[in-house]
Design a protein around this ligand. Structure first.
Ligand code: GAP
Length: 458
């Protein structure tokens, strides 16, 4: 059996002392509450692949919906697409991935494991168990190892049928640029956005979902005149930070990190990361890149199709410049969970774990809790009313305090308790997750009341 199978990612790696939340705590909560857990878990997992459970899929969908709203729906100069995961193989020759998308790797002939060359110091495997004597490692020279995952198309297994699972979602935006611009009657400057899966055969998947082999990206390519590239780079840089603040990240957990010239991607003229402070240190969740005219020029060259635009007024013909925003959906979900995680001491020596997620991203917006099973019929009717307009949960098991704790732990902003007085006085108790304050609200109108509170909180 390969080392990759039956082994989940190294979640404990990194310098955890810098952050009060230990990754193991979050990983364990994510698995036990159904946010995220190892893919194919019954077989021991598969390294670098993760499944999102009932709460995780809601969180992720909320994040993607917020991004789509911000980047596409609220703008007249950005349109969306949803392209195929498998592109024509020439796409990846044009993009430079066949030639450049690789890491130098070293194999150990003894333990049969592969390591990134920059992680190997001297003659030993980085993970050589202390019990193995120094001489026991037998390392090869560093060789380039392409990070694209391959697949075969059709019945034949010859090289002609080899295709790649896309390592980034943006290339179809470039190959579809002319079609999308013409069909949507967009004039420059304008952008094309999409959200979708990407695949990279990462050598060392690690830190939970942070570095996975299958993940999602939310990317937007903005096409502009060469004279406007700096202006649009600055605009999108600030706009993306505004988005991250709007979905609830604390300012102190975010920073910009400009790329040094020697770390720029082969196509990029300028790049800026949005970093988040994870328990394992500051790490990128999004990149904003000035890609110049690299992509359109290359696809023009490799496809033979003219991707030049003509300015209707000046008649100038030019290859548009591209400013890209590229957010990792899984990394941002992970960052949202880290950012939201709180442990609080309560009066009476009790404590609680509470996910302070903004209502807009919280998987469950409201939980309906009948004080007794005898009140189930009315409480279920109320739950059905909520379900028509928002994701609502229903829970009648355990004492009310324990039920509040369960909802706190998964970030549900409001609980509505239906009690023995509710049928008489037509009121229910609404409990606020963060302040834990409770108020009696008329049953009629409680759905609109919660809706308004959610809108105000964001
Ligand atoms: N089109 C540009 C591009 O793909 P990138 O910096 O390689 O740029 C963009 O990736 C974002 O995708 C990163 O900021 C990160 O959030 C996410 N990402 C990249 N590799 C990832 C991986 N192995 N696992 C999870 N997310 C990843």
């Amino acid at each position: 059996m390969s080392d990759e199978i039956g082994e989940t990612s190294d979640v404990a790696a990194g310098d955890q002392e810098r952050h009060p939340l230990a990754m193991e705590t979050l990983v364990s909560l994510c698995a036990s509450r159904g946010f995220v857990f190892p893919a194919s878990e019954v077989y021991g997992g598969i390294n670098g692949f993760w499944d999102y459970g009932p709460l995780g899929v809601e969180l992720k969908n909320n994040l993607k919906a917020a991004w789509w709203q911000h980047m596409v729906r609220e703008r007249t100069d950005v349109v969306g697409i949803d392209s195929a995961i498998i592109c024509h193989p020439r796409t990846w020759e044009a993009s430079g991935h066949v030639e450049h998308f690789s890491d130098p790797m070293v194999d150990c002939r003894k333990c049969k494991r592969r390591f990134r060359a920059d992680q190997v110091e001297g003659e030993r495997c980085p993970e050589a168990p202390r019990k193995r004597a120094l001489g026991d490692c037998d390392l090869t020279e560093a060789r380039d190892f392409n990070l694209m995952l391959q697949t075969q198309i059709g019945a034949s297994v010859d090289a002609q049928a080899t295709a790649y699972l896309r390592p980034e979602t943006c290339q179809s935006i470039f190959t579809g640029f002319k079609r999308v611009r013409e069909s949507s009657r967009q004039k420059l400057p304008f952008g094309i956005a999409q959200v979708g899966k990407a695949f990279r055969n990462e050598i060392t998947p690690r830190n939970f979902t942070f570095r996975s082999r299958e993940f999602e990206q939310a990317e937007m390519e903005f096409f502009c005149h060469p004279s406007q590239r700096q202006e649009w780079f600055e605009f999108w840089r600030d706009e993306r930070m505004r988005f991250h603040r709007e979905i609830g990240f604390d300012a102190g957990n975010l920073r910009f990190r400009p790329h040094e010239s020697d770390e720029l991607a082969h196509y990029a003229n300028a790049a800026m990361d949005v970093d988040f402070l994870f328990p394992f240190g500051w790490q990128e969740i999004e990149g904003i890149h000035d890609r110049g005219d690299w992509d359109l020029s290359r696809h023009s060259e490799f496809s033979g199709k003219d991707l030049i635009v003509t300015d209707e007024e000046t008649k100038e013909r030019y290859v548009p410049m591209v400013v890209e925003t590229s957010m990792g959906v899984d990394r941002t979900c992970l960052a949202l969970l880290v950012n939201a995680y709180h442990e609080e001491e309560l009066e009476g020596g009790e404590s609680r774990t509470v996910m302070k997620l903004l209502p807009s991203v919280a998987p469950i917006k409201v939980a309906i809790l009948p004080l007794s099973r005898k009140l189930a019929e009315n409480a279920r009717a109320l739950h059905a009313d909520f379900c028509r307009v928002m994701n609502a949960s229903y829970d009648e098991s355990g004492n009310i305090g324990r039920r509040y704790r369960r909802q706190d732990e998964v970030g549900t902003p409001f609980c509505v308790t239906y009690d023995f007085d509710s049928a008489e006085d037509g009121r229910v108790t609404v409990r606020d997750r963060d302040s834990m304050e409770q108020e009696r609200i008329p049953l009629e109108g409680v759905v609109s009341y919660i809706r308004e509170r959610i809108e105000v909180a964001g």
